[in-house]
Design a protein around this ligand. Structure first.
Ligand code: FMN
Length: 164
């Protein structure tokens, strides 16, 4: 059987587990997929002010941060969930680095963006430019406050994907 990959980025300091990490764990429960954490070699600073500054700089300079781990390829995976927080209107640059490191030909990628009001931003447009429209499945935006209060939209979204 073809496996599912759940690749995610989540900032981990201020809470025991970041909200996108929680979403990734929920996807794992629903799909029995493999988890892969996208994480920079150089960790983000401790304070949110500094995190904001560093993320803005990485975006402005179009940086591809070096990651702690990469996948050699996506062999055996058919479906890839890509979960990330909205950073300045798109994905964190670490997610760009991850996506650019792989060949997604023949796969289906489902973007899931956690946010605090901006929705998907232009993350899906950026993904289209990187891996092409045919590879992309329907995207889901999850507002942080609604995830915390336990909205059922993730389950519905995933059931919709596997019902097709
Ligand atoms: C550097 C930075 C930039 C952000 N930019 C946006 C943004 O442009 N729009 C938005 O709705 N939320 C923005 N957020 C909020 C995050 O998307 C939101 O808190 C997300 O759910 C955090 O996920 P995490 O806990 O897994 O790291 C930003 C947060 C950070 C740290």
């Amino acid at each position: 059987m073809k496996k599912t990959l759940i690749a995610y980025f989540s900032l981990e300091h201020s809470e025991p587990v970041g909200i996108t990490h929680e979403v990734a764990l929920d996807i794992q429960k629903l799909t029995d997929g493999d988890l892969f954490r996208i994480e920079p070699v150089d960790p983000y600073p401790e304070t949110f002010k500094e995190v904001n500054k560093e993320a803005a700089l990485k975006k402005r300079e179009n940086i591809r941060p070096r990651l702690k781990r990469y996948l050699d390829n996506l062999d055996g995976y058919q479906t890839v969930f890509l979960a990330y927080p909205n950073y300045w209107g798109t994905m964190p640059m670490e997610v760009f680095a991850f996506v650019e490191s792989l060949d997604f030909t023949g796969k289906k990628v489902y973007p899931i963006c956690t946010h605090e009001g901006s929705g998907l931003g232009y993350s899906v447009i950026d993904l289209k430019n990187m891996i092409g429209e045919s590879v992309l499945g329907e995207a889901l935006a999850l507002e942080k406050s609604q995830i915390a209060s336990g909205g059922g939209s993730l389950r519905k979204y995933i059931e919709g994907i596997f019902d097709d």
